[in-house]
Design a protein around this ligand. Structure first.
Ligand code: BGC
Length: 342
């Protein structure tokens, strides 16, 4: 699916000055982070779309995302269940579905992140994960090796539980080497353990010589505010209701301190930063003004420090982390304004 697009691009670029062509084959991670600006997570692996079933997600939404002012989409794919029995090859239908989103993003001029999101399986069974993940990256790297540099690879969402820092640090060079066989300069996104926690950044060991890496973290603090009512976050959090966030001086100071901590790590380690997920869950939190205020404050905190960012999540029904209501086919205005109306 990429070939026609790339050939067309190459033809246009060849007609222009040669340096443009050179630029188009690689991008520094710093320039890429600048270009990524505001982004949004779409079409997560559990969407019926991935099984070819009717889905609220439509390829046409990629244009709506672009038109709203977003510059990046992050696609959280769950590849493990789409690998063949031998664990070697990704099923062609999954590639076709992924191509459709990636191509639409590239066509709209968006940055596109292919994020391997089998983090739950990996956290529970590191051996099984360790057997599959390298093959997944052989597959994805080969398939997308001719994609433009606006397409990026994220090795694994939120390593946690069995994937501790020792194991993760041991895997990173191998996974990066697999990608580099076919994608020598594509920017790769890597985060730390404990669910891409900022606090684990000092534990993260990256291949020093590889300068095409962007470091990611996720931000859902205060967790009791953002996740109140979330069944997957444990019984205590699932039962929470009415936890407020008012944007007080103290709350904003904490946010600043947290983001300063990440910025300081990025500077000391010379790696640009991408906030890959942030958002609030609506089930037990109907106060849209507070949810939008938190979303705006976090967006601004990222922008102020030159981090790229992607909101969690485009659309998951009326009470989810939703930015777009697919029933009404319209944006949730306060959230959208908090994301792209700065
Ligand atoms: C998970 C989602 C979850 C979100 C917020 C993501 O990484 O994949 O299932 O809703 O984090 O907890």
């Amino acid at each position: 699916m990429f070939k026609p697009l790339l050939l067309a691009t190459a033809a246009i670029l060849m007609a222009a000055a040669a340096p443009v062509l050179a630029q188009s084959t690689s991008m520094t991670p710093e320039d890429q982070v600048k270009a990524m600006g505001p982004g949004i997570n779409v079409a997560a692996g559990w969407d019926p779309y991935w099984d070819g079933n009717p889905s609220p997600f439509k390829i046409g939404y990629i244009k709506s995302i672009k038109d709203a002012g977003f510059k990046t989409i992050r696609i959280p794919i769950t590849t493990f269940r789409h690998m063949d029995k031998a664990g070697q090859h990704l099923d062609p239908a999954t590639f076709r579905r992924l191509d459709a989103i990636v191509d639409a993003g590239v066509k709209e001029g968006l940055n596109v992140i292919i994020d391997e999101h089998d983090y739950d399986d990996c956290g529970k069974d590191a051996n099984a994960c360790g057997a599959l993940l390298p093959n997944v990256w052989y597959e994805l790297s080969e398939h997308y090796k001719n994609a433009p540099p606006s397409v990026m690879f994220e090795l694994l969402n939120e390593p946690h539980e069995q994937i501790d820092d020792k194991l993760w640090n041991a895997w990173i060079p191998d996974l990066v080497a697999i990608v580099r066989e076919t994608n020598p300069t594509r920017n790769i996104i890597i985060g730390a353990t404990h669910w891409n926690s900022k606090n684990d950044l000092p534990l993260l060991k990256l291949p020093e010589a590889d300068r095409h890496i962007i470091v990611t973290f996720h931000y859902y603090d205060p967790f009791h505010f953002t996740h109140q009512g979330a069944s997957w976050a444990g019984a205590e959090v699932a039962a929470l209701k009415g936890v407020e966030w008012k944007g007080t001086k103290e709350e904003l100071a904490q946010l600043d301190a947290d983001f300063d901590q990440v910025a300081a790590w990025g500077k000391a380690n010379n790696r640009p930063i991408f906030l890959g997920e942030y958002g609030t869950y609506g089930k037990n939190n109907p106060r849209m003004d507070e949810r939008a205020a938190w979303t705006r404050a976090v967006s601004k905190a990222a922008d102020a420090r030159g981090f790229a960012r992607a909101f969690w999540y485009f659309s998951e029904g009326p009470v989810g982390f939703t930015a777009y209501n697919t029933d009404k086919d319209q944006w949730v205005a306060p959230i959208k304004d908090a994301l792209v109306g700065q």
